[in-house]
Design a protein around this ligand. Structure first.
Ligand SMILES: Cc1ncc(C[n+]2csc(CCOP(=O)(O)OP(=O)(O)O)c2C)c(N)n1
Ligand code: SF4
Length: 319
């Protein structure tokens, strides 16, 4: 929502004590390059939080390591700039222990799909209440240009000076093969209105809402995208209950009708990574979260008994 529209909305609804954009902006100046797509993700997330009027104290933003993972520094919420590849297990722990908080995970393609690969698969399977955004610029950028799992074959980088030998990993098809997946969408930093709607849908999803964001990185992979992303091959997924497609997008790629509730259709879409499908790929709000499963199955023991048992167990390992 634009600033003027928001002011009008507050006026009409007679809302008081509202949060403005500045309530979600930290005092740190983002240390991203000029034109970096991460800037557009930051302002999009701040707009969503402002529109949603989410209490900043009820949000925890967890990241790993990378340019993308600097995100928690720039959001005025609780934050954890953690360890390379470990954002998801840390976020899972927080979400399970504090279901009253909204946990946002910001990661990069290297952070999530490479060093964090094992955690990624299992976090999707656990379907804990998390909103996960992976900023995919198809390179390790913070460490200045090493090929990542999603770098296109032939990418010249510091670790692949003769061009990478392997075809890129397709994270969408990997995720559509994981049992318990409940929400998967793809968007791009050069489509801000689409990105806003997509992250908003993931934010309101119960379970793990995973958004892969194709991210413009002018420093290292700028040639993949062209001006305004015009050279990146895309097509758009259309569904009345999906994410709205702006008619202006038609010059960037064709529009295909897709039913995001049909897992087989979603698996087919996920297999076709280039051109890249943009939109809601899969959504099943009925998949139980790990918290729900755990609560159903947990022994119904009282807290003192639980603590006594825990003490006994720990004593076993005490010398
Ligand atoms: C255990 C460990 N291994 C390696 C590194 C070095 N390192 C820091 S960031 C990074 C890659 C980040 O790439 P990506 O997740 O794609 O993020 P980007 O910088 O592109 O946003 C690497 C290899 C590290 N910090 N810790
Ligand atoms: S190196 Fe790339 S990803 Fe990192 S801040 Fe610069 S443009 Fe952004």
């Amino acid at each position: 929502m634009k600033a003027e529209e928001f002011e009008e909305y507050i006026e009409c609804e007679g809302l008081h004590n509202t949060y403005g954009l500045s309530d979600y902006e930290s005092s740190s100046v983002p240390r991203w390059c000029k034109g970096c797509g991460d800037m557009s993700i930051l302002s999009t997330v701040q707009r969503i939080l402002r529109d949603d009027q989410t209490d900043p104290e009820k949000i925890v933003c967890v990241s790993g390591i990378g340019c993308s993972s600097r995100f928690p520094h720039y959001l005025r919420t609780f934050g954890f700039h953690s360890i390379h590849g470990r954002a998801l297990p840390i976020a899972t722990g927080i979400a399970l222990q504090r279901p009253d908080l909204h946990v946002l995970v910001m990661s990069g393609d290297g952070d999530c799909f490479s060093i964090g690969g094992g955690h990624w698969l299992h976090a999707m399977r656990y379907n804990t209440n998390l909103t996960v955004c992976v900023f995919d610029n198809e390179i390790y950028a913070l460490t200045k240009n090493q090929a990542s799992p999603t770098s296109p074959e032939g990418t010249k980088s510091n670790t692949t000076p003769r061009g990478s030998y392997l075809k890129a990993l397709n994270p969408l098809s990997v995720m559509m093969g994981i049992t318990n997946i409940s929400f998967l969408a793809q968007t791009a930093t050069w489509l801000p209105s689409h990105m806003e709607q997509t992250i908003y849908r993931a934010w309101h999803h119960k379970g793990t809402g995973f958004v892969r964001i194709l991210q413009y990185c002018p420093a290292y992979t700028g040639s993949l995208y062209g001006k305004g992303g015009k050279d990146y091959p895309l097509y758009f997924l259309q569904n009345p209950e999906g994410i709205a497609i702006d008619p202006a997008f038609s010059r960037m790629g064709e529009t295909v009708v897709h039913d995001h509730r049909d897992i087989h259709a979603a698996q087919r879409v996920a297999l076709s990574d280039k051109p890249a499908p943009i939109g809601l790929i899969y959504h099943d709000p009925s998949v139980p979260t790990y918290d729900e499963i755990r609560r159903q199955r947990a022994d119904k023991i009282d807290r003192p008994t639980y603590l006594k048992r825990l003490e006994k167990l720990l004593d076993k390992y005490t010398i």
